[in-house]
Design a protein around this ligand. Structure first.
Ligand SMILES: [Zn+2]
Length: 64
C-alpha cells in the first residue's frame, strides 16, 4: 500500500478544437505496460484523448 502515484503535467493539442490542453499523467504509467494509454478528458472539446505516456503524444481522439 506504499505505492504512491505522482503526476506530471503534459501539454497536448486538441485535434477537434485546435487548442492546447494541459492534462496530468501518472508518472509511473510509462513503466507499467506496453500499451498503457492514458485517457484524458479534454476541456476544449469534451472528448477523450488517449495519451501515450512513453512519448507524451496523442495516439487517437474520440468524439463524445
Ligand atoms: Zn479535445
Amino acid at each position: 500500500m506504499a505505492h504512491r502515484t505522482t503526476w506530471r503535467p503534459i501539454i497536448f493539442s486538441c485535434p477537434n478544437a485546435g487548442d492546447r490542453i494541459q492534462g496530468l499523467l501518472p508518472d509511473d504509467a510509462a513503466e507499467s505496460g506496453a500499451n498503457n494509454l492514458h485517457p484524458i478528458t479534454c476541456v476544449a472539446c469534451d472528448g477523450l484523448h488517449f495519451i501515450d505516456p512513453r512519448t507524451d503524444s496523442m495516439l487517437r481522439a474520440e468524439r463524445s
